[in-house]
Design a protein around this ligand. Structure first.
Ligand SMILES: [Zn+2]
Length: 74
């Protein structure tokens, strides 16, 4: 099975998860987005731009939390 980067949706995936971090644009897996993202399956942080601790704390599902987490990282 291959990943279609051009954005073709899987018909059997009724709630399509984004595969891009809204903050840094890094690729994230749909599974990552479902677990750590918000109700729209969008993530505002990932392991590239945020610490794993912050991601696991749920900061990736909120833009303001994500911004705060990034500042602490610098
Ligand atoms: Zn990111």
């Amino acid at each position: 099975m291959s990943i279609d980067m051009m954005g073709t949706r899987e018909a059997d995936d009724n709630k399509t998860a984004e595969t891009q971090c809204r903050n840094c644009g890094s690729f994230v897996t749909p599974q990552f987005t479902r677990v750590f993202g918000n109700n729209q399956n969008v993530v505002f942080g990932c392991f590239e731009c945020m610490t794993a601790t912050d991601v696991k704390r749920g900061s990736a599902n909120d833009p303001e939390d994500a911004a705060r987490a990034r500042k602490e990282m610098q």
